[in-house]
Structure formats: C-alpha cells, structure tokens
Design a protein around this ligand. Structure first.
Ligand SMILES: [Cu+2]
Length: 519
C-alpha cells in the first residue's frame, strides 16, 4: 500500500503544479514589498520550530539565517521507506531569495544520529508551485541532500527565488539500521534574503536543473556488480547493458533556452567515485565538471564518510537552446557490489544571462571544493574486531525447509546464534522468506553476499557486498519501491560447492551463512 500512497502523493503534488499552470521563470526581478515578519511556523501533526539569526558577513546586508525542523518523524524499527511530508513543511514567511541551503538530522536530545544507527538516505525538497525543469510532471526539485550532506551554495549575486505562496513538500527516506524505533527531526538551514531588503534588487535568479542517471524514476537507482566495468570502475549508464530498456536515455536534458550554468554538486552512494557533467553540441562533447567523492573513511570508498566537491564561484558556463546536458556516475567495482546506487547532479542555471564561458574554447572543468569535512556522525567505521563466530567452524545440517526471516534474525544459519548452517546440494537453491515484511510500515531484509567469514564488528564501512561470487535478493517486501515486490528469494543454482556468507544491506548487523555441498 505504501507504494500506492507515495504515487498518489506525487500525483497530487503534480496536480497542484498543473492547476497553477506553472513553470514560471525564476529569473524575474524582486517582488513587490511583502508583509513584515520573517518566518512562518506550521501547525499540524509535524510541528516545527524555527530560529532566526543574522547570516554571516559574507552574505548581502539583510540576509537572515533561518533554521527549520520537520518532525518529529516516528521512525519505525528497521524502517527504510520512501515517504512524503503530509501537509505543509516549514518555510520562510515572506518573499525573498535563498542564497544557501543545508540539511541534517537530529535526535530528541539535539544530537545528530550516528550514520550506522539512522541516516538520511535522501531528502528532496519540492516546490509544488513550479514544474520541474527536467521532468515537468514532477514538482520542482530545488534542493536535495543525502548522507553526504552537501551544502547548496550560490555564487555571490545569485539565488533561488522564493515566494511566500510557494507550496513546499518533502520526499524523504530515513533508513533505520537498527530494530529500535526513534523520533527524528529533519532539519534545514537557509541563508535567506527577504525581498524587501535593498540588496535583494541585485540578486539574479537561478533555477534548478535536476540531472539524474535515472531521471523520473520513482526510485532512481541502479546496481553496480563487483568486477563489472573496466580497470576496477563502472560508469553508469555508459557501461551498462541496455540501461533504459530501449527507451530514450534518462540521463540527458535538452537545454530549453539560452543561459548560464552557475553551479553544481553531486550525489552518490558509498562506492561512488565521481559524478560527471557533459555538454553535447553538434556531435562534440565538453566535460563541464567532475563532482568528486572525497572519502575520509580510512577503509576507502566504502562508506558514507564522504563529501562531494562542488563548483567554485568562478565557474560559469554558457549554454544554448538545444544543447544537451548529460550526467554519468562512476563507482568502484573492484572491492564490492553496490546495490541501489544513485548518480545525481543539481545544476543551477540563470536563464538569459550571457556572461558564461564557451566550454568548447575555454577549459571550464577545474577541480571544485568541498562544502564540509569529515563529520563526527561517521566515526563508527567497524570492520576491526571479530564479534561473531567463524562460520567455517559451525556445524552443518541439510536444509529441509525455507529459511524464515523474523524479528531481524535469519531462522537458520544466523551467524549470531552460532547454530547449524543449512546446506543444499550443488544445483539446488536455498529459499528465504521474509516474515518481517508486513510488520509495521514494513521491515525489509536482504540476503547479500559478503566475503566469508563476514564476522567483524558492524559499522558504516562493514560489512560490504564484497564476495567474489556476488548475489543479492533485493529488499524483500511487497510495499512498492524500494521493495522487490515479493517476500521470498532463492539462492542462485549455479553456486559452486563451498561455504557462503551474507548480510542484510538494510540492517547490516544481520549475518548468515549456508553451505553448498557437492552432489
Ligand atoms: Cu534486514
């Protein structure tokens, strides 16, 4: 039912867009004076608190720093669902310009939850009063954050136009890696220049151009399989086989008017190395920017302990109507498989402006900069000490029935219980059934191969899907994306004899093993 609800929500939002006949330009000059007072508090089931402080001195005179909170969100045990805000989410009360935006999570005690406990898989802020530029049946996607927590920054003199009448919504996915529920707030900070300030007249409007390797998909993901691609990396969609199933490519947008690109930054998942922006014109291609993943993670490109580079304020690229903007994303495929991966770049464009560089005559793809460093919520890396038995020492017993998954345990072969490992004969599958699936809003588990013995301490960098013979069940559940639509799954029948270990990608403290014996 969850999927239905999500889709209806989206259609409802899209309907608002249609009713407004929107797709207005964000480029027109400042509005007429707005009512005084700066911030609206939103009543309802998702209360909000707000605070206003002066922005730092680098912003134009009169800029305010606004802190908003959406919540509390009652995060359920093991939750990993895609949700939409019900009702309005807090936003500025007066017209003006957003000059900077950053998102985070907080717990009831005010601290940021550790990423190995609860993390923001994604949050997408939607403006239902405008149509999205690259996927017009969506509301305008104007800000997004994942656990890499990149800040959206505009170069001096640019901003995102905000009208107090704009209708905002939030599409969010909070991933609870544990069986304990918790109340969580999604927070966002804006540096905001009210339209009534004299300095507002100087701001040039920019609009968000959402580029996504799976643009328009309800759950825009793809899988990276260990060993795929070339030289230890896999670039999507370039190296994928028939990524769009014969339909037009989803990673391209035809520029609809002349203008200037003024900034961008990327989103990807653990294992991701970089997102790349290209401009194609008359059969020629120019590389505009590489948003690079800088891993603070000691184990390398395997966790959320990462930040993305964004363009520098001097980056300005002239584009013309009919140009194609294109995104690709590159992952490490040497160490592990990365399931349900993403590749997104939000590019900001000033319509009509004419002060950008021609990327075919001027090199524009300079290295960018990070918007933050290592974050303390990424401190628990895991992977050092063996906290579970070595499966190769566990007794083996022929499987006589499917393995039922319940209450976050694999019914047979769970390494944590140290019991018998179920065995199947070569050529025979072992079947799993997720009995937790319908519990609450849905508890979805996976069976994902990790390299034996897969028994080290759980953290943001461990375990990973690093088995040399990869397999993955997907998220077993029937509640729409991100689930696979069924609760049962069987192991591949071509596994050679041996001992196999696996974990749950959603709740990585869950580990199991089974044995394939020679016939
Ligand atoms: Cu699980």
């Amino acid at each position: 039912m969850r999927r239905t609800a999500a889709i209806i929500g989206l259609v409802a939002i899209a309907g608002v867009v249609a009713a407004c006949g929107a797709n207005e330009s964000a480029n027109d000059s400042a509005d007429a004076p707005a009512p005084s007072g700066s911030v609206a508090t939103t009543p309802g089931t998702t209360g909000s608190t707000v605070a206003i402080t002066p922005a730092d001195a680098s912003f134009p005179k009169g800029t305010e720093h606004l802190h908003f909170e959406f919540g509390p969100v009652d995060v359920q045990p093991g939750q990993n669902s895609i949700e939409f805000s019900k009702g309005a989410i807090p936003k500025p009360a007066v017209d003006g310009w957003i000059l900077r935006m950053a998102a985070n999570l907080r717990r009831a005690d005010g601290t940021v939850p550790p990423v190995d406990v609860i993390h923001l898989h994604h949050g997408v802020w939607l403006n239902a009063s405008r149509a999205d530029t690259t996927f017009p049946s969506f509301p305008e996607r104007f800000f997004a954050a994942g656990e890499e927590k990149t800040t959206t920054e505009f170069p001096p003199g640019y901003g995102y136009r905000y009208r107090a009448t704009d209708k905002w919504a939030l599409n969010y996915m909070l991933h609870n890696l544990t069986p304990e529920g918790e109340k969580i707030w999604i927070t966002y900070d804006l540096d905001f220049l009210p339209a009534t300030e004299a300095t507002a007249a100087q701001i040039v409007g920019a609009r968000p151009v959402w580029l996504d390797v799976q643009n328009g998909s309800g759950y825009p993901v793809f899988d990276v399989i260990k060993g795929s691609g070339t030289n230890g990396t896999f670039t999507y969609p370039d190296q994928a086989t028939d990524p769009y199933h014969g339909a037009p490519p989803k990673n391209v947008w035809a520029v609809d008017t002349d203008g200037v690109l003024i900034g961008t930054g990327g989103h990807l998942h653990p294992g991701g190395l970089h997102d790349d922006l290209f401009l194609d014109r008359n059969g020629q291609s120019a590389h505009l920017f590489e948003s690079e993943a800088k891993y603070f993670e000691p184990a390398g490109a395997v966790s959320w302990d990462v930040a993305m580079t964004v363009t520098n304020p001097t980056w300005k690229v002239a584009v013309h109507k009919g140009d194609l903007l294109r995104i690709s994303t590159t992952y490490d495929s040497s160490r592990a498989s990365w399931y349900e991966s993403m590749g997104i770049l939000v590019v900001w464009m000033a319509n009509g402006a004419a002060d950008g560089a021609d990327p075919f005559t001027t090199k524009v793809d300079e290295p960018g900069h990070l918007t933050h460093g290592h974050l303390p919520e990424n401190d628990h890396h895991g992977g050092n000490d063996a906290t579970l038995p070595d499966v190769t020492a566990l007794p083996i017993k022929a499987a006589t029935s499917p393995v039922h998954i319940a209450s976050f345990f694999y019914g047979e072969g769970d390494i944590r219980t140290g019991g018998d490992l179920p065995s199947v004969k070569e050529g025979q599958p072992l079947t799993f059934i997720n009995d937790d699936s319908p519990v609450g809003p849905g508890i979805w588990h996976s069976i994902t191969a990790c390299k034996a013995p897969c028994n080290l301490e759980t953290g943001i960098a461990y375990p990973i899907a690093d088995a040399d013979i990869p397999f993955d069940s997907g998220q077993l559940g029937t509640q729409g994306v991100p689930t696979v639509g069924h609760i049962d799954w069987s192991t591949p029948t071509d596994l050679p004899p041996g001992t196999y270990t696996y974990f749950c990608r959603i709740h990585p403290f869950m580990r199991g093993g089974f044995v394939v014996v020679a016939d």
